[in-house]
Write a protein that binds this ligand. Structure first.
Ligand SMILES: Nc1ncnc2c1ncn2[C@@H]1O[C@H](COP(=O)(O)OP(=O)(O)OP(=O)(O)O)[C@@H](O)[C@H]1O
Ligand SMILES: [Mg+2]
Length: 262
């Protein structure tokens, strides 16, 4: 599936979210276009997960507008978001460790042959499609029969992303996909994210704590701080050092260093 690059897929305008009396997000403006990787950075508790949970249909925004393809939406469940091609891959992946790679790829969407009550799983075709989908994205898995639990963390992330794309994701939401990974495995996932955007044209919302990872793949950046967007910039507008500085709290950190020095 390819789609026109640069076409805005989702847009949040002045979105706020409260849980009872607690304001968790305020005045959020964010848009993600086809083929673009939008990185959302922020400290613990900044509101990153809440933001993507709104986008993915797990929560509803309290005020403001959320549009998909220019139409206002208010999702009642992640299923409704998925129907519009908005798919979240969470840090704790919905994969079954003991099942083979190909079974996990088709989990919940199994292909069958024949008509009930004689229907049976079409294993050969599912394996073939899984193999093709993984190869297309440059993911090397030696044996599709191997339990998904025996893959590395990075490979598991890639399988979950490939699955989301195969089943029609137009916007892919990734919550800290590199957080639990080492340098090499993170590299594998980052390369794959970049490829998903460039070759499949999906819009990606990439949540991370790591400004280096963000800068490697990001077309645009949003830094969330205490529920508000503190910085929104396109790649051309800032260097990796700017991003690190702003991420670390910039001026705040400098004054802390000053205090510590005394
Ligand atoms: N259901 C809820 N009810 C009340 N407060 C909540 C709820 N969910 C989140 N919060 C609060 O909203 C704030 C932002 O939480 P959120 O999980 O979105 O942060 P985060 O940026 O994802 O943090 P982390 O980096 O730790 O994952 C926190 O102060 C949290 O306690
Ligand atoms: Mg979170």
């Amino acid at each position: 599936m390819t789609q026109q690059k640069g076409h805005p897929l989702i847009r949040l305008t002045d979105v706020s979210k409260s849980f009872g009396p607690i304001d968790v997000l305020r005045g959020i403006n964010l848009d993600v276009a086809a083929g673009e990787v939008c990185c959302v950075l922020g400290d613990n508790g900044a509101g990153k997960s809440t933001l993507i949970n709104i986008i993915a249909g797990l929560h509803q925004h309290t005020s403001g507008r959320y549009t998909v393809d220019g139409h206002d939406v208010r999702f009642g469940s992640p299923r409704e978001a998925l129907d519009l091609g908005i798919s979240a891959v969470y840090q704790h992946l919905a994969l079954v460790p003991l099942l083979p790679v190909w079974r996990n790829f088709f989990l919940g969407s199994e292909l069958t042959r024949g008509v009930w009550p004689f229907a049976r799983l079409d294993k050969a075709q599912m394996k073939e499609i899984t193999d093709q989908a993984l190869q297309n994205m440059g993911i090397v898995v030696k044996d599709l029969e191997q339990p998904v639990g025996t893959l590395s963390g990075g490979q598991r992330q890639c399988v979950a992303i490939a699955r989301a794309i195969h089943f029609g994701a137009r916007v892919l939401i990734l919550d800290e996909p590199t957080a639990a990974l080492g340098v090499k495995q993170s590299g594998v996932v980052l390369k794959y994210i970049s490829r998903a955007a460039q070759e499949s044209g999906v819009g990606v919302v990439f949540i991370t704590h790591n400004p280096h990872h963000a800068y490697m793949v990001g077309d645009s950046f949003a830094i969330l701080s205490r529920g508000e967007i503190d910085l929104r910039a396109r790649r051309e507008e800032l260097s990796v050092d700017d991003l690190i500085y702003r991420m670390a709290g910039g001026a705040e950190l400098e004054s802390l260093q000053h205090e510590m020095g005394r």
